[in-house]
Ligand binder design. Structure first.
Ligand code: ADP
Length: 532
């Protein structure tokens, strides 16, 4: 803590306030006594000008303490100076009033009043010396005083003031010691601690000062909510209604604007008729970071796992058509080798070409899917938006697909006429194709129904099958890359179709959801805005 900060602590400000008040009271009382003397001892020597000058000096010191920092910080010394002036002036009047008994009593009153205003051993010692010197001088100048109680009375008052101050200081020191012990404890905790009344901070420890980056005097009087992230303020406000709050996490904003993660716990307590709350603040940024890193590491490991699985699935998928082709060509080669003169019938050639085509198409399809994914994942999907007649598009996909699925399932379409959306036709075709392919693939030969309708400003496409269904634990994952539900292990696929579908739908500002029960089928629902 530097000098300026130290002088800004609440204790210091309180002391300054007390001495300001004492100064103004001393000036006022000394001023009023002029009137008292005029009324009670009209014959006395009581010049107003010098007394007014003393009162004015007290007032000037008081006023300057509001303007000059230096005067403010030295207010205790200035108070001692002014009261010394008052005493000296009083002895001046004492002398000119010839040590009259009323003035002796006045001297006792003055020295007692000023003695009580002294709050340090040094000040009371100096003051005692001053009074003793002046009283001694009075004795020398007015020998008749030696036959009065003047000097023993003054001595008694000074002894009482000294002893009184020492016992007062002793009590203050004991209090200060226990305060200091409390302060040490308060400040040596690692956790930030703050006390607030109705949200206004009244005390903070050093750990909290370090955590927030604010200075002590900036935090005192600040609202606790200012320290919290705007999104977490409502949560904290709610917790404030509880007498004791279990630890909860929030975010705090430091003075430099940085956001830190904190764990808060708070408790209500009562003192001197007030209700206040004590809050414990723990900086958990590092813990959170470690947690995030752990989750990222787990996600990475999961990524590696699914990529490995994908590689094994992809190699298997790519190998199947290649093996079929290889087998076929080996067969033909063997035949030719056996019978070099043999010619093939047009039927045999047709069969061969059609098998060749099927396997090449399958290969092309697989490669295209992989390219598609790499395109989408790298954010290179561009949409070519037009008005698209969804109803017509669904009919077209079904008719083009019918040769493929005729042997497996029946597909029916329940659609309102001419539902039009603003979309990229080829991408939306891909969505319908993928969902339909899956419904047939995993549909267990049971009927598939495609429904198309509008709901408000959206077109809704559902693809429903009554096949294998998806186990609940896989539902959330099937839209991720390379994810396949266990139930589909014996059915070929890359685990990429739904990922592509979701990316396309979301690029059209739509949504895709699925409802499914293991063993009784699935309903995929795509919602697309009619106009983007
Ligand atoms: P693929 O079909 O190539 O495996 P998809 O991304 O299209 O990849 O689907 C991911 C997984 O979701 C599939 O492996 C399958 O387990 C599950 N799935 C998709 N559609 C259906 C469906 N209609 N019925 C049951 N399971 C499905």
């Amino acid at each position: 803590m530097n000098y300026v900060e130290a002088t800004q602590t609440p204790e210091f400000l309180k002391t300054q306030k007390i001495f300001r008040r004492l100064l103004i009271i001393a000036g006022l009382v000394y001023g009023f006594w002029w009137v008292g003397v005029e009324l009670l001892l009209p014959q006395s020597f009581n010049p107003p000008i010098s007394r007014l000058a003393i009162v004015a000096i007290c007032f000037i010191c008081w006023g300057l303490s509001f303007v000059y920092f230096k005067v403010q910080t030295n207010i205790q010394k200035l108070f001692a100076f002014c009261t010394a002036l008052i005493t000296m002036h009083y002895y001046y009047l004492f002398y000119y009033n010839l040590g009259d008994i009323n003035w002796v009593i006045g001297a006792f009153i003055t020295v007692t009043a000023v003695g009580f205003g002294m709050l340090s051993i040094r000040a009371i010692t100096w003051y005692s010396v001053l009074v003793l010197v002046m009283s001694g001088a009075m004795l020398a100048l007015m020998p008749h005083l030696t036959h009065s109680v003047f000097f023993p009375g003054i001595l008694t008052i000074l002894i009482q003031a000294n002893v009184g101050l020492r016992s007062r200081l002793g009590t203050i020191k004991t209090l200060a010691d226990s305060n200091e012990r409390f302060r040490l404890l308060f400040n040596s905790t690692f956790e930030g601690v703050l006390v607030h009344e109705n949200g206004i901070i009244t005390n903070v420890n050093e750990a909290l000062i370090r955590m927030t980056g604010f200075k002590h005097n900036q935090l005192i009087g600040m609202s606790v909510f200012e320290l919290l992230h705007p999104d977490d303020r409502a949560l904290a406000k709610n917790h404030m209604k509880e007498i004791e709050v279990a630890p909860y996490e929030a975010r705090s904003i430091r003075k430099d604007g940085a956001i830190i993660d904190i764990e808060l716990r708070a408790k209500e307590f009562h003192y001197q008729g007030h209700t206040a709350r004590l809050a414990n603040v723990m900086d958990i940024t590092d813990r959170k970071r470690a947690e995030k890193n752990r989750i990222a590491a787990m996600a990475m490991a999961e990524n590696v796992r699914s990529r490995d699985e994908f590689i094994s699935i992809a190699s298997h998928e790519l190998k199947t058509p290649i093996s079929a082709l290889k087998l076929q060509t080996q067969l033909i080669e063997r035949n030719i080798r056996k019978n070099p003169d043999q010619s093939f019938s047009s039927q045999q050639l047709n069969d061969f070409i059609s098998l060749f085509n099927r396997q090449v198409n399958r290969l092309t399809e697989l490669v295209e899917t992989m390219l598609n994914v790499s395109h989408i994942s790298s954010g290179q999907m561009t949409l070519n938006m037009h008005k698209v007649n969804l109803t017509e598009l669904a009919k077209e996909v079904i008719s083009l697909f019918s040769p493929q699925f005729q042997s497996k399932s029946t597909v029916s379409l329940e659609a309102a006429e001419n539902i039009e959306v603003w979309a990229d036709q080829s991408r939306i075709r891909q969505v319908i194709e993928n969902l339909l392919t899956n419904a047939i693939k995993y549909g267990d030969g049971k009927p598939v129904v495609i429904k198309l309708q509008t709901e408000g400003s959206h077109a809704v496409l559902t693809v429903e099958d009554h096949g294998l269904g998806i186990a609940p634990e896989f539902i959330d994952r099937i839209f991720d890359r390379f994810e396949r539900a266990i139930s589909a292990r014996n059915i070929s696929g890359f685990g990429l179709g739904l990922y592509i579908v979701k990316q396309i739908v979301e690029a059209h500002q739509g949504t895709i959801t699925v409802k499914s029960h293991l063993g009784s089928g699935s309903v995929f629902k795509v919602v697309l805005p009619l106009k983007i």
